[in-house]
Design a protein around this ligand. Structure first.
Ligand SMILES: [Mn+2]
Length: 309
């Protein structure tokens, strides 16, 4: 399955690598890891990584800024992106040849060459598999950290079902380069003291009804006191999810414009219908809506209690 991709990498002098919008560690890890491997093997080639920047993941690497004419006679590889609508930087169409390189179900088979394998944990793992089939690509410390980051991200630190024996074997190849995995974890999980203090506050003050329905209300005043923005506080939505017996929970955050953002989560009970009743939506077990008053948040909690009974 890698043959066409391998010959394309050998053939083209200019290679532009894309990935999906709002990148996660796997999108950036596979994109920048693949770039590092190709560049190390072929110093004479021009290899670029493009797309919008994600500030919280800057430590993984930064994007290249290129002009449209670079795409002329270029090979374009799109990592970790199931459908064209999610590709960051729509110039991916300007190249001479397009490769889809991904691990998601192949819903939209775009491109001239499709290199899609749903059996791997992540696109970063797929990059390691590619390197196993292409002796020219020797694993480097730099690429290892990036690819390890992607695998860690998509497997939830080797906890999710997608972690296979193959994942562990390929991860071992990365660890053998001796890169600093501790430094990586430190950067990935480091947070400001404001966020840690706010988490302490949330853990002290969230409420639980019948042991099943949890909720937290964060007013603009509290956010101001802890010096955390409404957006940043959304990272705490799962901070009490492991509570024994908890079935559904909702995180209410007052935004700068006075509306209250409601983030609903569930261990299995369908809750997106509750979000829909307030003009929101989402997945069956992770949904969101916005309301205009704290009274409405009480109604929403009542609706969640009803959904659990
Ligand atoms: Mn992925």
């Amino acid at each position: 399955m890698f043959e066409q991709m391998i010959s394309a990498i050998k053939e083209y002098t200019t290679i532009v690598i894309h990935r999906h919008v709002r990148p996660d560690p796997d999108a950036l890890g596979s994109q920048l890891g693949l770039k590092a491997l190709i560049q190390a093997a072929y110093p004479e080639k021009n290899v670029y990584a493009v797309g919008e920047e994600e500030v919280s993941l800057h430590f993984l690497g930064r994007m290249d800024v290129i002009t449209d004419d670079v795409y002329k006679d270029a090979l374009v590889i799109v990592c970790d992106t199931a459908n064209t609508a999610r590709i960051s930087d729509e110039r991916f169409r300007l190249g001479a040849r397009l490769i889809k390189f991904d691990h998601h179900p192949n819903e939209e088979p775009y491109g001239d060459v499709l290199c899609v394998d749903t059996s791997v944990s992540s696109t970063s793992e797929l990059v390691v598999a590619l390197a196993e089939h292409m002796p020219e690509l020797t694993m480097t410390k730099e690429a290892s950290l990036l690819l390890y980051g992607g695998i860690v991200g998509d497997t939830g630190r080797f906890r999710f079902r997608n972690t296979t024996a193959g994942t562990m074997r390929r991860t071992a190849l990365l660890l053998e380069t001796g890169f600093d995995s501790q430094r990586f974890y430190r950067r990935l999980y480091e947070r400001s003291i404001h966020m840690i203090r706010l988490e302490g506050y949330v853990l002290q003050h969230f409420e639980v009804i019948d042991g099943k329905v949890g909720f937290m209300r964060l007013s603009a005043e509290i956010l101001k006191r802890f010096e955390v923005t409404a957006n940043e506080s959304s990272l705490l939505v799962n901070c009490f999810a492991d509570l024994s017996g908890l079935q559904v929970w909702v995180f209410f955050v007052e935004e700068a414009n006075g509306t209250i953002r409601c983030r609903l989560r569930s261990q299995g009970v369908v809750i997106n219908n509750v979000a829909q009743a307030y003009g929101g939506g989402g997945h069956p077990v992770a949904a969101g809506a916005s309301v205009n008053s704290w009274e409405e948040t009480e109604e929403m909690v009542a609706a969640l209690i009803a959904a659990c009974s």
